[in-house]
Design a binder for this molecule. Structure first.
Ligand code: SF4
Length: 503
């Protein structure tokens, strides 16, 4: 008699012990679990268009990860949003599952290596790329671990040349009391849980949290805790290859003139330009002008922009990058070109004549608004561009204070500006010290806009990703909190303070 196979709705097969498990031949491709160490450099031939499309697809995924982290989105919402982004960008639509898997894997590998090449040539770019890729890897590996048959996990270990030393049954039995005492594996799960022995130096975070047993220099780690060890291996390997790629970058790009500009400008080229609309946050009849900009700077500008504003008021001039960063921000915040010209002329006019201003600076402002030169419509810089852009030198006021100021000066600036409570400032500083400038900036926003998420009509999308989103969120918060939508001109306690020793 033929055996009857009982299957669950997602194709798993019922085993004698009552468990549903996936059979190797029935595995359905899962883009969210496609963890890869990227050990093999691909040798595919791509057209320039395919090259760009692959890079853009992965950048969208990495930027989404950055955005979700900055917005502190976790749990199911995080999983759903990231899964949708992965499916929309790195899953090749095809009729057959097999083809879809092959092509999606290729796209995943190609796009990873293209961005690896684009992000290897500076320390900041490497750090950004490594942070997002590590997060993506960990997310996928955790999903991979959820496969009850462990078939894909075994395949992943095989393909990645990861050789974890599995503890034999007799050794595991000998260590049973110690293994059970330092992990959350229950006695019921113990017999079916594989354990691995790794040098304890590879499991330092587990050792620190007493989540594994250590004996004779080996850490005994249960399978569910393998994530951090494998993720550390991934980060170390990626770090090393990015550094090596960095050494070869100029040689390779100089030999290939066509991809050189593409790789060099990738991070800024593909900055998401649709993260806010000009003048967002302003109510009807509300606008940013040369007359009210001081008040808005005090009340609603993120630290990078309030520092530029204070720098301009102090020096009556801004250097090239500062004029660009601040001028484009004001444009994005809804200031018209005429008002912008008036505003900058008012400040610059304190140390130069109107003729000098017209000759040396008004062209640049008109250019920003697309009225001169190529007549291109320039968009304001997002946080990534500011953070990874030209660092400020002495006398400059541009950049991101959470990235470019040293700890002492930033801390004293936050205190002088009276940002939040001492606990808020400590939290901001701890993000800054952990090199998470955007999280520090979000924490700053939360400290000065209490309970913003529960205020009706306030949009906080992209706060921490774009200075204009911070501004828009703040303006809409104050408008929603007050019957009078105009900011309080007497809000002296909110006046920005300039901390000029910034680098
Ligand atoms: Fe400005 Fe962005 Fe830095 Fe915040 S994180 S200070 S908005 S550049």
């Amino acid at each position: 008699m033929n055996a009857v196979r009982v299957r669950s709705s997602n194709g798993e097969v019922l085993k004698n012990d009552g468990r549903f498990i996936k059979e190797e031949t029935d595995l359905v491709y899962d883009i969210t679990a496609d963890a890869n160490f990227y050990n093999e450099v691909p040798s595919a031939e791509l057209s320039l268009d395919e090259f760009e499309e692959a890079a853009l697809a992965r950048l969208k995924v990495l930027r989404k990860i950055e955005e979700l982290k900055v917005r502190n989105i976790t749990g199911d919402s995080f999983h759903t949003m990231l899964m949708e982004t992965l499916k929309a960008n790195l899953l090749v639509a095809d009729t057959t599952n097999k083809k879809k898997e092959e092509q999606s894997k290729k796209l995943d590998v190609n796009s990873h290596f293209i961005l690896r090449a684009a992000y290897c040539h500076s320390e900041d770019l490497r750090r950004w790329f490594k942070a997002q890729e590590t997060f993506l890897f960990k997310y996928r590996f955790e999903n991979l671990m959820k496969d009850p048959s462990r078939t894909r996990l075994r395949q992943f270990f095989r393909e990645s040349n990861i050789d974890l030393d599995r503890v034999s049954a007799s050794e595991k039995e000998r260590l049973r009391p110690m293994l059970l005492s330092c992990s959350d594996i229950t006695p019921t799960l113990f017999p079916t849980t594989p354990y691995f022995a790794v040098p304890f130096t590879q499991a330092l975070d587990l050792v620190a949290k007493r989540q594994c047993y250590v004996e004779a220099g080996l850490a005994y780690v249960p399978l569910p805790k393998i994530v951090s060890i494998v993720t550390n291996k991934f980060t170390t390997a990626l770090s090393k290859s990015l550094t090596n790629a960095g050494y070869a970058f100029s040689k390779v790009t100089n030999e290939n003139g066509r991809i050189n500009p593409l790789l060099k400008s990738m991070h800024s080229q593909y900055a998401d330009k649709n993260r806010y609309t000009t003048g967002e946050g302003m109510s009807d009849g509300q606008e940013l002008t040369s007359q009210n900009v001081d008040t808005y700077a005090a009340q609603s500008m993120p630290l990078c922009m309030s520092q530029l504003h204070s720098g301009l008021q102090q020096d009556h001039k801004l250097k090239h990058w500062g004029r660009l960063q601040y001028g484009l921000f004001l444009k994005g915040a809804g200031m018209t070109m005429e008002e912008s010209l008036m505003f900058f002329q008012r400040e610059f006019g304190k140390i130069i004549t109107a003729e000098q201003f017209n000759k040396n600076y008004s062209y640049n402002i008109r250019h920003m608004y697309g009225k001169e030169g190529k007549r291109a419509s320039y968009t304001p810089y997002n946080c990534t561009k500011i953070i990874l852009g030209n660092p400020p030198q002495s006398g400059d006021h541009h950049g991101c204070p959470y990235r470019h100021y040293d700890d002492t000066h930033l801390s004293s600036l936050l205190t002088k500006m009276n940002i939040g409570t001492p606990a808020d400032r400590d939290a901001i500083m701890s993000h800054k010290k952990a090199q998470n400038p955007q999280l520090a900036c979000v924490r700053h926003f939360e400290a000065v806009h209490p309970a913003a998420t529960s205020v009706k009509g306030v949009t906080l999308d992209n706060v921490g990703n774009h200075p204009n989103a911070w501004f828009a969120g703040s303006v809409s918060y104050h408008a929603a909190k007050s019957d009078n939508v105009k900011p309080d001109p007497d809000a002296a306690f909110l006046r920005p303070v300039l901390e000029s020793k910034s680098v």
